[in-house]
Design a protein around this ligand. Structure first.
Ligand code: SF4
Ligand code: SF4
Length: 94
């Protein structure tokens, strides 16, 4: 079955997140500035990584904790941990 971006958007509309004040993903922007591919922008299903004014910007609040960015970033820019218990993404509506 072919999965489209519309399917992904529909699924994402069903998840909820409880955001903790401490970021569970920290991105070293100095490494992003010299990144040769910006793979995270294409790999993150929740569009947490976006190119704005020519620079990669990251916001963790919509993260679905898939780990894709941690795997795809080969520049060592991503420090990834799960949010504390009770925080983060909730999949109960799927
Ligand atoms: S792949 Fe890594 S270094 Fe490149 S833009 Fe994304 S987070 Fe930054
Ligand atoms: S863990 Fe997944 S959803 Fe969260 S920022 Fe990384 S790629 Fe995006």
């Amino acid at each position: 079955m072919k999965v489209t971006w519309s399917d992904v958007d529909n699924k994402l509309s069903l998840v909820r997140t409880r955001i903790h004040r401490t970021a569970h993903i920290v991105v070293d922007s100095s490494k992003c500035e010299v990144c040769p591919h910006e793979a995270c922008v294409y790999g993150c299903p929740a569009t947490c990584y976006r190119v704005i004014d020519g620079k990669v910007k990251f916001a963790y609040d919509g993260c679905v904790e898939c780990g894709t960015c941690d795997v795809m970033c080969d520049q060592g820019a991503v420090t990834w941990t799960y949010p504390p218990g009770g925080f983060g993404v909730l999949y109960r509506l799927l």
